[in-house]
Design a protein around this ligand. Structure first.
Ligand SMILES: NC(=O)c1ccc[n+]([C@@H]2O[C@H](COP(=O)([O-])OP(=O)(O)OC[C@H]3O[C@@H](n4cnc5c(N)ncnc54)[C@H](O)[C@@H]3O)[C@@H](O)[C@H]2O)c1
Length: 327
């Protein structure tokens, strides 16, 4: 049985990541691309043409009334994500919600209450939880642990968004995922500088996880390279990972390298793990969508629920508010 899917919001993330993932899954017969909608009809038309949706709309209610889909993807800007997410959840439709699902904790809590009331299957799109390299890192850390120290980085080029916290939330959540642990207490530091006249803020997060792992995170939105990954230090071993570096021999699909006795002892690429080279696969977009569709088919609630996303949103909001401490 294939799941009939509708998409709300046909902007960058759908055109570059969800669309290609959905096209692959449609070719495998796992999803039927019923309709996509955007306030901008040209975007909706482009996504229909590029990925094979049957119909387009500019009004989400018109689309959902007509299509009666089995599942919906909400990929709209963070400012309206909560309001639109609630319009879909209130219909009882299984929903994949782009991150952050809400812009405030009050908004998130109202979504949690609504999802509980309607008993609706939902998933927050923290796609790094499906990135082949990070899934493998988490698996290896279970065997190699405890992790004494986790260092993480998120490096970008020319990102001058007024609020980079909505992207930083990916790394914030990935820390919780790879360590299977929660934040205990953190010191947060900021460095704001001017890039071509726009303020850019670097974030430093240092502290300790509930299990005692020492944490050091650095996030630089405009530093001339794109990289994102972790160094996980265990007794006598280090696991070095890059999810999806640009301009690297492992471009797009990433690598995991294990070190011991000062030598690299094993290197695995994301291509070895997933059998594919595309960047949206390296970032976990294909695995995420496949997993969500499977949950809808099996009528089982995914682990990455709105409730589970709460701690990640809390830290994102602390960064946005330039808080000095967390936890
Ligand atoms: N998972 C990731 O790696 C990742 C990366 C980038 C963005 N995102 C998230 O995805 C979401 C969308 O980001 P984007 O970069 O695609 O933004 P975007 O601005 O390019 O696209 C959003 C689209 O939503 C449409 N929209 C707004 N209100 C709508 C409504 N009521 N009905 C239908 N369409 C509506 C807009 O017209 C726009 O085309 C954001 O929440 C963002 O945080 C996730």
């Amino acid at each position: 049985m294939s799941i009939r899917m509708c998409v709300i919001g046909c902007g960058w993330i759908v055109q570059s990541n969800h669309g290609p993932a959905l096209r692959i899954l449609a070719q495998r017969g796992e999803v039927e691309l019923a309709a996509c909608c955007d306030l901008n009809s040209e975007y909706a038309q482009k996504v229909k043409n590029d990925f094979g949706f049957a119909r387009t709309d500019t009004d989400l209610d018109v689309m959902l009334d007509r299509e009666r889909p089995d599942a919906v993807l909400v990929a709209v800007p963070p400012e309206v994500a909560c309001a639109i997410g609630k319009r879909v959840l209130s219909r009882g439709l299984p929903t994949l919600l782009e991150k952050p699902p809400a812009d405030t904790l009050e908004g998130l809590d109202s979504m949690i209450a609504l999802a509980k009331e309607k008993q609706v299957i939902h998933q927050v799109a923290f796609n790094r939880r499906f990135a082949p390299i990070l899934v493998e890192l988490r698996r290896r850390l279970v065997a190699a642990g405890p992790v004494h120290c986790l260092q993480g980085w998120m490096m970008r080029s020319n990102r001058r968004d007024p609020d980079f916290s909505t992207t930083a939330i990916h790394l914030i959540d990935a820390v919780r995922f790879v360590l299977n642990d929660e934040y205990r207490s953190l010191n947060l530091r900021y460095q704001t500088w001017s890039s071509a006249g726009s303020p850019v803020t670097n974030f430093s997060i240092e502290g300790v996880m509930a299990s005692g792992t020492m944490l050091q995170i650095c996030i630089c939105p405009d530093c001339g390279m794109q990289a994102e990954g972790f160094m996980a230090r265990c007794a006598g071993r280090t696991f070095e990972t890059e999810i999806s570096p640009i301009g690297h021999e492992f471009q797009n699909y990433g690598l995991l390298r294990e070190w011991s006795q000062t030598k690299p002892v094993e290197t695995v690429s994301g291509k070895d793990l997933s059998g594919r080279e595309e960047q949206f696969v390296g970032y976990g977009m294909l695995g995420q969508m496949a997993s969500f569709l499977q949950s809808v088919k099996q009528r089982s609630q995914p682990a990455m629920s709105l409730q589970n996303a709460r701690r990640s949103l809390e830290l994102m909001l602390a960064l946005r508010a330039r808080s000095a401490t967390f936890g």
